[in-house]
Design a protein around this ligand. Structure first.
Ligand code: SF4
Length: 258
């Protein structure tokens, strides 16, 4: 807990002149933008972006009376919980996930030993390893995330790895290889991948940095907003809201002048 501001969390700031990362009291600020205008903002007391998504979307709904039709975000927001939330609320998620870019590479696609490349038979609920061995389901694992969301992972195990000629390339565990599949997440990621690689997805992906990132750039670099002047969540929310309003008004006046 920060004694300067008990409402703040600690976040890693940019390095100092000696190259050391700085851990300082901070709030996690999130914005939605459209054509460079801030359409929603929210302030969070968590360090990771993933857990801010739903709260941010709820704030959008409170402000506009509905969820956005589409949501474009980087890999920091691509989680099972967030995809599911988007699905349940009719939001089309152009949201990347970890390994989205790596998965597109030939080296990833052509690696037969990556468990994600193993063939899965839905009817028999089993997987097949590169030797063609059937890997039967041997169990399930349930985990609860920090937000209380339940994730289910199925485990599939090979039967005879000992004499396999591919063993040295496949794995170095003492026992037979076990792979984990989160079926729901796999389906949600496939959905996101389909969206992200569509014509609309490519357009959104190229537009995203020019939209939201340039807005953050304007707030930080042009307006010189590097730290909050006020303390406490409530006041910080107001301060950031005023900053967003000033950004929108300045942008509007420039557009009008044009
Ligand atoms: S080491 Fe085991 S899992 Fe890997 S290819 Fe051989 S039999 Fe299949």
């Amino acid at each position: 807990m920060s004694k300067t501001d008990p409402d703040a969390t600690f976040m890693r700031m940019k390095e100092d002149h000696m190259g050391n990362g700085q851990l300082k009291p901070a709030f996690n600020t999130q914005i939605s933008t459209e054509d460079g205008f801030v359409t929603n903002y929210s302030i969070h007391q968590t360090t990771t972006d993933t857990t801010t998504y739903q709260e941010h979307m709820d704030a959008f709904k409170e402000l506009h009376g509905h969820y956005p039709k589409e949501s474009i975000a980087d890999a920091g927001y691509g989680s099972e919980e967030n995809y599911l939330f988007a699905k349940e609320n009719d939001i089309t998620p152009f949201i990347k996930y970890n390994y989205f870019h790596k998965e597109q590479k030939k080296s990833w696609k052509n690696d037969p030993f990556k468990s994600s490349n193993f063939h899965y038979n839905k009817d028999k609920d089993c997987s097949y390893c590169p030797m063609g061995q059937q890997m039967d389901k041997v169990g399930e694992r349930t985990t609860r995330t920090k937000t209380g969301f339940i994730q289910r992972v199925s485990l599939y195990q090979a039967k005879r790895c000992t004499d396999c000629p591919l063993r040295c390339l496949c794995h170095d565990a003492k026992e037979e290889r076990i792979i984990q599949i989160n079926h729901r997440l796999k389906d949600l990621k496939n959905w996101a991948k389909e969206l992200l690689t569509s014509e609309q997805g490519l357009k959104h992906r190229s537009q995203r940095p020019a939209d939201v990132e340039q807005t953050f750039g304007n707030l930080k670099a042009n307006k010189g907003f590097k730290r909050f002047l006020l303390r406490g969540l409530e006041k910080v929310e107001i301060e950031f809201g005023l900053l967003c309003i000033s950004h929108n008004l300045a942008k509007y006046s420039v557009n009008m002048a044009k």
